[in-house]
Design a protein around this ligand. Structure first.
Ligand SMILES: [Zn+2]
Ligand SMILES: [Zn+2]
Length: 226
């Protein structure tokens, strides 16, 4: 398992500085923290400066490790990500996600605008396209959009996607944000069964939310063994 935590700072839609997260991570005794700022080619903050902050943060974090990564949306139905190869090359890894469904015409469909069955089919197809993109290192908040707007996912389809992602060499994110909790147990169970790598993501948007997912996972595994 990867002991890293998806983080968003005040640079994008979170609160707190990079340094504040590092200090909080040290206080909690984490082995590593991973910043996963939202990124695309249009992001307004200085992405290069963000990517270059690793050395400075690593010094502050020692002996905890720091990763500087990016959370990137699927931009097109063919699996294209919303980031240039040049930008993607600046970070340690890419968390590929769906935030809304690409319409195949360089735009996005409005969330919640589809019939549930159509949305499920589309989510399944787009998730497949996302996890088959070799630029994606971590599959972030798997089926999160669907769970958020349409309710529980089809269990067989979810299992199929997790297995496919693992076979493609992707790391599956276990995201502790409440809205993704529906899929928590399915992902853990499938990954225990087929032995895939899990990325532990707190989806923290402020330093105090750091590390929450570790507790959830510990509790889940403890109760499972009883
Ligand atoms: Zn965010
Ligand atoms: Zn996200």
């Amino acid at each position: 398992m990867i002991d890293a935590h998806g983080l968003h700072t005040a640079m994008t839609d979170g609160q707190g500085t990079l340094e504040a997260y590092v200090l909080q991570g040290k206080k909690l005794g984490l082995e590593a923290v991973a910043f996963t700022e939202h990124a695309s080619d249009q992001t307004s903050y200085d992405f290069e400066l963000y990517a270059q902050s690793k050395a400075r943060l690593q010094e502050l974090a020692h002996p905890m490790r720091v990763y500087v990564a990016a959370e990137v949306k699927l931009a097109h139905t063919d699996g294209t990500l919303d980031i240039s190869p040049e930008r993607a090359a600046l970070v340690d890894f890419i968390v590929g996600v769906l935030h809304s469904y690409p319409d195949g015409n360089h735009g996005y469909l409005k969330n919640k605008s589809l019939d549930r069955d159509i949305a499920l089919k589309l989510d399944y197809t787009l998730s497949k396209a996302l996890i088959q993109n070799p630029r994606v290192d971590v599959w972030g908040h798997p089926v999160g959009v669907f769970s958020n707007f349409y309710g529980p996912y089809d269990a067989d389809k979810l299992r199929e996607l997790v297995v496919l992602a693992a076979r493609q060499g992707r790391i599956i994110e276990l995201n502790s944000a409440y809205r993704y909790r529906h899929v928590f147990s399915s992902i853990v169970e499938t990954c225990l069964e087929i032995n895939c790598l899990i990325s532990i993501g707190s989806d923290a948007h402020q330093p105090s939310e750091l590390g929450h997912v570790v507790g959830h996972l510990r509790d889940y595994l403890k109760n499972r063994n009883v």
